[in-house]
Design a protein around this ligand. Structure first.
Ligand code: SF4
Length: 321
């Protein structure tokens, strides 16, 4: 299947000011990242908090301007498209946030909140919007009788359903789900994951599913990209990555998933310490300060992404022949 999304050497640096008027410093949130997502594919983007995955999703959606690199949508270079073309494009690309309550106006009924993207993008005549909102509410497991209620009248899981209905209002092709289930109880998480999977199939969506937890990724994604401190360090089909992780960071993330039977525990180390600052990332391999296999070369030069076969890549000197 053809690529819907492709990013090449994408960078997003923010500039942090100094409290004492000194030189501004670059926060390298996304630092030379390349990957693609095929049509109807769900790519999981996983890594610890602060690794740049949310920024990466927002740059692809052009919520943030990229610092450098290229973004392609259906082979069209959208990196610097004009504002009017960007509005047309945003109708096809939507985001589901982690905190739907924060993204919903408390004074707006949920009917209006779900209809808002249709108003902005003028995708439906005014008279048709209400029916579409009611249909979407039923699709995401809400009752259309609740159309005139306000966000505070709903539970966390229901509010996430509202966020999903709102994201689908303009019939998008591409959706970024940004930690969409992270704030929910485990039982509600499962319901929302199943809903997202069902909707992805029904609407033929292409998705970037961002999460810090590999156990969530396992239930949703076709392929996984592992991100560490602004870099992609491994990509592989989900089954391959879970059964045979290559990068020591992927191994560590996997070993952090709780497994009831100790005999089935994955190999790998528990992650020690925090992610270093993206203002001053370690030289060489950025994971070297936490890696149990670190070698002298790892501290000197950054490892390239190497293709181990057609479907998996890893950036680590352990695999560099
Ligand atoms: Fe560890 Fe070196 Fe591989 Fe980085 S390149 S993950 S430090 S072994």
């Amino acid at each position: 299947m053809g690529k819907l999304i492709e990013v090449k050497n994408l960078k997003k640096w923010f500039w942090a000011g100094s409290a004492f008027g000194g030189r501004k410093q670059a926060v390298r949130a996304v630092d030379d990242v390349s990957f693609s997502i095929a049509r109807r594919e769900i790519l999981g983007l996983v890594g610890e908090s602060g690794c740049g995955k949310t920024t990466c999703g927002k740059v692809i959606l052009r919520i943030h301007e990229p610092t450098s690199g290229k973004i392609f949508y259906d082979s069209e270079d959208i990196t610097h498209i004009k504002r009017k073309d960007l509005i047309r494009l945003k109708e096809k690309m939507m985001i589901i946030y982690q905190d739907p309550f924060g993204s919903l106006d408390p004074r707006m009924t949920i009917g209006r909140a779900i209809a808002e993207p249709m108003e902005v993008h003028k995708t439906l005549a005014k008279g048709e919007r209400r029916q579409k909102v009611m249909d979407l509410m039923e699709k995401v497991g809400l009752s259309s009788d609740q159309i005139n209620r306000y966000p505070h009248e709903f539970s966390g899981g229901q509010r996430q359903r509202i966020g999903i209905a709102r994201a689908l209002a303009t019939d998008p092709e591409f959706v970024v789900a940004d930690e969409s289930v992270s704030a929910l109880d485990v039982s509600i998480q499962a319901q929302i994951i199943n809903l997202l999977k069902d909707l992805q199939e029904e609407f033929g969506l292409t998705m970037l599913f961002i999460a810090h937890d590999l156990s969530v990724i396992k239930h949703v994604c076709d392929r996984v990209a592992v991100m560490y401190l602004g870099k992609i360090v491994e990509t592989a089909p989900k089954k391959v990555l879970f059964s045979d992780p290559k990068h020591p960071y992927t191994e560590a993330l996997l070993s952090a998933i709780p497994i009831p039977d100790p005999k089935k525990r994955k190999r790998g180390q528990i992650l020690m310490g925090d992610v270093p600052s993206p203002i001053n990332p370690p030289p060489g391999c950025r994971f070297h300060t936490r890696c149990p296999h670190v070698m002298s070369i790892c501290k000197e030069a950054e490892p390239d992404m190497i293709g181990l076969n057609d479907s998996r890549q890893v950036a680590c000197y352990l695999y560099d022949k």
